[in-house]
Design a protein around this ligand. Structure first.
Ligand code: FAD
Ligand code: DHB
Length: 396
């Protein structure tokens, strides 16, 4: 097989890249280890930045998002039993976020690619990368564990295979630096059959730990609570989850979440991770393959999309003008935005969670920081600007 760009992974990064390349007339093949059904059913993120929303419009992939998604112009921070609204739309000259589940984005991107005749091979195994430091790299794979090995010859390989995929480790250890931070807490996330408890997302700091109220539709809600990173979901019967949500989210004026049957629950760990550089020879990493953020800033999916944008522009420039300037600067352009998202996600995580090592002094400082951030126009603006999404900076 031969193509221009071999894309490993059909997550937001890989699928968005295949669409952006197709728009410029550049061929790609996407290799995905899971089934189409599995990727369309995995419950993950839910917040799309303004730039992600705009890009989906530009690519004419926004119809279902506009039907099912919800635009939010503000979020609430809740602490000491009181809510404080952050009016993002007003503070950013009209920017908003869209609450639209990641697996719905995946469904839209896959359906449109398949309809356009784009090639996505699902259920592949044994994906390996070869000849990265030549201008004819190759990817080998099997269509099933028993099938023979096939090769794709290409000009570029996009490693969009998430944190555990094989791409990153194909960059020799002596040319990459990895930055890690693991948090001592995890998020227990639930999907609930109930009407929305709130018109906007609520990020809540409480003595018992963080809680988040989000939404999926008028009928299904998404909520999270901070738990220990090592905790087991078996320790969390539904009533215990509701009891924590009620305690943490309670306000002076008697607010309580609307309860209903819990239809899905799981615990995810929280880490920060950056691999630098994000490229080696003809291999370019995008999304979780190169970086992870803790979910508090709602940035993971959005970073995957902005990497795909930069990579598509760089590859587009190569084919159109035979230039490699943007390709050479790919990592540098992406990492500038990645580190700012790491910074914001770290800041939100520190601001909103309870940390086992915090002293009474640290706790008061955290509450004072929340008070400052929600009462100063500068504090409010900095949160708003980062939450709706920073621009990509293309210059040097
Ligand atoms: P992925 O979505 O991980 O896609 C990578 C794809 O590559 C996958 O489909 C995988 O099957 C495929 N792949 C892996 N290995 C191979 C291989 N060997 N061969 C072929 N294909 C391969 N972010 C938020 O902002 N908010 C959240 O609430 C949130 N919750 C999350 C919950 C979980 C459990 C996880 C894992 C992540 C969560 N994230 C969240 C992060 C967000 O979902 C990711 O940042 C986003 O999915 C990154 O997109 P991606 O395309 O880079 O990677
Ligand atoms: C959701 C996830 C996040 O990580 C976040 O910060 C806000 C909302 C969600 O799944 O809806």
């Amino acid at each position: 097989m031969r193509t221009q760009v071999a894309i490993i992974g059909a997550g937001p990064a890989g699928l968005m890249l295949s669409h952006l390349l197709a728009r410029d007339g550049i061929m790609s093949i996407v290799l995905e280890s899971r089934t189409r059904q599995a990727i369309e059913e995995t419950i993950r993120a839910g917040v799309l930045e303004q730039g992600t929303v705009d890009l989906l419009h530009e690519l004419k992939l926004a119809d279902r998002m506009e039907q099912i998604g919800e635009r939010h112009g503000g979020i609430e921070f809740r602490f000491r039993g009181r809510g404080h609204r952050i009016p993002m739309r007003d503070l950013t000259g009209g920017n908003e976020v869209m609450i639209y589940a990641q697996h719905e984005v995946i469904k839209d991107l896959v359906a449109a690619r398949v309809q356009q005749g784009g090639e996505i091979v699902f259920g592949v195994s044994d994906v390996q990368l070869h000849d990265l430091d030549t201008d004819r790299p190759r990817v080998s794979f099997r269509r099933s564990p028993e099938a023979p090995t096939e090769f794709i010859a290409c000009d570029f390989i996009a490693g969009c295979d998430g944190f555990h995929g094989p791409s990153r480790s194909s960059i020799p250890e002596n040319v990459r630096t990895e930055y890690h931070k693991t948090f001592p807490m995890g998020w227990l996330g639930i999907l609930v059959e109930a009407p929305p408890s709130s018109e906007e997302l609520i990020y809540c700091n409480h003595d018992r730990g963080f809680a988040l109220v989000s939404t999926r539709s008028p009928e299904v809600q998404r909520m999270y609570i901070q738990v220990d990173a090592q905790d087991d979901i078996a320790n969390w019967p539904d009533e215990r989850i509701w009891s924590e949500l009620r305690s943490r989210l309670a306000t002076e004026d008697g607010w309580a979440p609307i309860e209903g049957p819990i239809i899905q629950k799981s615990i995810v760990g929280m880490r920060s991770f950056v691999c630098s550089p994000m490229q080696y020879g003809r291999l370019f990493l995008a999304g979780d393959a190169a970086h992870i953020v803790p979910p508090t800033g709602a940035k993971g999916l959005n970073l995957a999309v902005s990497d795909a944008r930069v990579l598509a522009a760089a590859i587009g420039e190569f084919y159109q003008d035979s230039r490699t300037d943007l390709l050479a600067r790919y990592s540098q352009i992406c990492l500038r935005r990645v580190w700012k998202a790491e910074r914001f996600s770290n800041f939100m995580t520190q601001l909103l969670h309870r940390f086992p090592e915090h002293s009474a002094f640290d706790r008061e400082i955290q509450l004072a920081e929340l008070d400052y951030m929600t009462s100063s126009v500068h504090g409010l603006s900095t949160i708003a600007e980062n939450y709706v999404g920073l621009p990509i900076e293309w210059g040097t």
